[in-house]
Design a protein around this ligand. Structure first.
Ligand SMILES: Cc1cc2nc3c(=O)[nH]c(=O)nc-3n(C[C@H](O)[C@H](O)[C@H](O)COP(=O)(O)OP(=O)(O)OC[C@H]3O[C@@H](n4cnc5c(N)ncnc54)[C@H](O)[C@@H]3O)c2cc1C
Ligand code: SF4
Length: 335
């Protein structure tokens, strides 16, 4: 399918980009790497009248703050993050999750901000068939849902598949957003509405400027896993990120974050499984119980041919392994 006609601007500064976004008077979208937006335009899920390319604006390199936090420019390419010695040393969980996205060619263009603001996906929505033969579904403004016709009217089960979002939530990152009123900051997990029709709590006149990742405390460990049918160039069937912090005794859990993505309208925290760990000595049995609890709690949406039961089992098994890896790192076992 050939792209329809649209206008295109390539501002040289963020201020110009924001001014165009606010004042163009048409349906305008920011174009970062274009690896999510352009395919969505090709199948006409999105039809902006104006694309504002961010390609002429160079991202700032990652910067460490006085409190040890690290500020990452949202325009950073995923390939630069995964290959940065600094990021691999200071925020290896982020480097790992960036590496999990698509394939190398995609990651050379794709940005962190674009990864967070990607559209939700479903097997019907992302087909490259000619929509003139099919009525639009709820997500495209129509009044039906093809894969889940028995669902409550108006409910969309497309899933949000960012590989970096679970990692940023597990890290407790803050998102800095530029808007008409200036800059606002929200925890990464508050970016998501839980409604697949409007999955992001960020206005179209706003732009993610940067991500701020707090310093890793002593006794910190992390784990990450992405399940796919094949090794690479593939969206997740499920992805998960875990962070743990141990008390000075090296055994007791002081804090835990367990985040599962790609199985619902936004990444989900397994809060009751997290609570099960905090204040206890972490044993293999306890981690296994927490993984069991989390897979029940998460209640994944079936998607792309994976059934709810299959995804629940996937989460149970891989979360146990991801928690084990996080504990080993927190105890200094693996790097
Ligand atoms: C073959 C293929 C495989 C893929 N595999 C994966 C995968 O495994 N995992 C995965 O997570 N993704 C995958 N993707 C999707 C996509 O490549 C990534 O999500 C990528 O990180 C998107 O970033 P981008 O810079 O290209 O975003 P764009 O396509 O430029 O933008 C995406 C959306 O974000 C908005 N946007 C961009 N930057 C900002 C900003 N700073 N502030 C506010 N809004 C912004 C845009 O307006 C647009 O709506 C894949 C895509 C393809 C084509
Ligand atoms: S799940 Fe959502 S995007 Fe997919 S067909 Fe149904 S309404 Fe459309």
């Amino acid at each position: 399918m050939i792209l329809y006609d649209f206008d295109y601007e390539r501002p040289g500064t963020l201020q110009e980009a924001m001014s165009l976004l606010r004042n163009s008077g048409v349906d305008a979208r920011l174009l970062a790497g274009g690896t999510d937006l352009l395919p969505n335009m090709r199948v006409q899920n999105l039809k902006p009248a104006l694309l504002i390319s961010l390609g002429a604006i160079a991202p700032m390199p990652p910067q460490a703050g006085e409190d040890g936090s690290i500020r990452i420019d949202a325009l950073s390419r995923l390939a630069d993050l995964e290959n940065s010695d600094f990021i691999r040393r200071e925020i290896p969980l982020l480097a790992e999750s960036a590496h999990a996205v698509g394939g190398n060619q995609i990651r050379q263009s794709a940005t962190l901000g674009g990864n967070l603001c990607q559209e939700t996906r479903c097997l019907h929505l992302n087909q490259e068939h000619d929509y003139q033969f099919a009525a639009p579904c709820y997500k495209r403004g129509g009044d039906c849902c093809y894969p889940y016709p028995g669902n409550k009217p108006g409910s969309c089960w497309s899933v949000y598949m960012s590989d970096t979002a679970p990692a940023l939530i597990a890290l407790g990152a803050e998102v800095e957003i530029l808007g008409e009123e200036g800059t606002r900051s929200v925890p990464a997990e508050r970016l998501f509405s839980g409604n697949a029709l409007t999955p992001l709590l960020i206005a179209r006149s706003e732009m993610i400027r940067s991500l701020i990742v707090p310093a890793a405390p002593a006794g910190f460990g992390w784990g990450y896993h992405k399940s796919t049918l094949r090794g690479g160039l593939e969206f997740a069937m499920a992805n998960m990120a875990v962070t743990l912090r141990l008390e000075d005794d090296g055994e007791t859990c002081a804090a835990a974050r367990i985040v599962v993505g790609a199985v619902s309208e936004g990444p989900l925290r397994a809060s009751s499984a997290e609570r099960k760990l905090v204040g206890k000595a972490l044993t293999a049995e306890l981690l296994s119980e927490a993984a069991d609890d989390a897979s029940d709690e998460i209640n994944p949406l079936p998607h792309h041919g994976f059934t709810r039961n299959y995804l629940r089992e996937n989460i149970r098994v891989y979360l146990r392994r991801t928690l084990t890896a996080a504990l080993e790192r927190a105890s200094g076992g693996i790097i």
